[in-house]
Design a protein around this ligand. Structure first.
Ligand code: ADP
Length: 351
């Protein structure tokens, strides 16, 4: 078996395949402002933009969530909530497919084939795995082989473009390696099965600070949920950590957590006005927090209303997921049939 990346056969270049956008989101907790500004906002805009692509597949990766979650009720709820969040935030199911990873069990089949093509040494270099274990997550095999399932998720739809944050670049490299390795090992040069996917690195992604000033993350318990509202939202905003500069003294907006969040929501004029108030003195952190509360509330007002409406119609959400899953399974089979055939997997029930 080959262990090194092969040079790309010219025809497995993504540009030789139809443009297909793929994107996964983990249902492992309530989505927060960091997820929104760092990922969801761009994902949804991309799903909406039909100009440059043939299809887009957006999946809720519940198999991946099992690497850290062992709570049936929570997994079901988070899965449904992610779908609700996407739809409420403007994801249009007529333009792109939204579905659950578990509705395409073929991805686990492909992941197994890919695992057999992956040197353990490549997995051992996984930065995300090491980070997660350092954070105290159990070092199970699912976590270790996470990038392989991710590669299967991307390649099974013939994904050519994958929107990711810079931190995910290494995982996309594994997907690219696997596409090349599979094509080199099992295909002729003029008939590759998989395109080599290109990462679409999301630019301008600010690291959103959490309530304690560290990166907002569900693992730090310092998040503001996208759809937090009322008293719960107010309580969180009021608890954002600031320094102890007295109200009357001038303050530096650029070093303050509250202002870092205000910047995400305010337009330029508001931003400049608030920054000037910080610098002038006589403007306390309490004022800034009230401003932020108003901005968050207004920013998500429409989406929040839509989410309440959608929550009343779980059958609509289920139907979106069902239809998305059906389209995704059909697409997946178009890739799996040649894959099984090329590797020599016989079955008695398929034909
Ligand atoms: P969490 O840290 O809460 O577990 P994930 O790792 O599931 O979040 O991240 C999902 C997506 O959201 C990733 O694309 C990640 O880059 C983005 N993201 C998460 N937290 C932040 C943050 N604080 N600022 C910017 N982007 C973030």
């Amino acid at each position: 078996m080959q262990t090194n990346t092969q040079p790309a056969p010219a025809s497995s270049d993504a540009s030789a395949f139809p443009e297909v956008v793929v994107s996964g989101i983990q249902p492992s907790g309530t989505l927060h402002l960091g997820n929104y500004f760092g990922a969801l906002r761009q994902h949804i805009a991309l799903a909406d933009d039909e100009t440059r692509r043939e299809a887009a597949y957006y999946f809720i990766v519940n198999y991946h969530a099992l690497t850290t979650l062992r709570d049936r009720e929570a997994l079901e709820r988070y899965t449904h909530d992610v779908a609700l969040d996407y739809l409420a935030l403007g994801f249009d199911p007529d333009k792109a497919h939204l579905f659950m990873q578990s509705d395409v069990p073929q991805v686990t089949e492909l992941a197994w084939i890919f695992l057999c093509l992956t040197p353990v040494s490549q997995l051992e270099k996984g930065v995300a795995y090491k980070d997660k274990v350092a954070q105290g997550l159990g070092a199970n095999g699912g976590l270790f082989t996470y990038p392989i399932l991710q590669a299967a998720d991307i390649l099974i739809y013939g994904g050519t473009r994958v929107p990711v944050g810079a931190d995910q670049k290494q995982n996309i490299e594994i997907s690219r390696d696997l596409a090349l390795r599979f094509n080199a090992e099992f295909c002729t040069e003029d008939a590759p099965v998989f395109p080599v996917p290109e990462p679409l690195i999301l630019e301008d992604v600010a690291v959103v600070p959490g309530l304690d000033g560290r990166k907002m993350s569900k693992s730090y318990g310092n998040t503001i949920g996208i759809f937090d509202e009322g008293k719960a939202l107010k309580k969180k905003v009021m608890s954002i950590v600031t320094d102890s500069t007295p109200l009357e003294e001038p303050k530096d907006p650029e070093t303050d957590n509250v202002f870092a969040l205000i910047k995400l929501f305010a337009d330029e004029t508001q931003r400049e006005e608030i920054a000037a108030a910080y610098r002038a003195g006589g403007y306390g952190y309490g004022h800034a927090k009230k401003e932020l509360l108003g901005l968050i509330t207004a920013y998500f007002a429409e989406a929040r209303e839509r989410r309440h409406e959608l929550a009343e119609h779980p059958e609509f959400v289920r139907e979106v997921l069902r239809a998305g899953g059906e389209a995704a399974r059909q697409r997946a089979e178009q890739f799996m049939e040649p894959v099984r055939e090329r590797v020599g997997l016989l079955t008695t029930y398929r034909r």
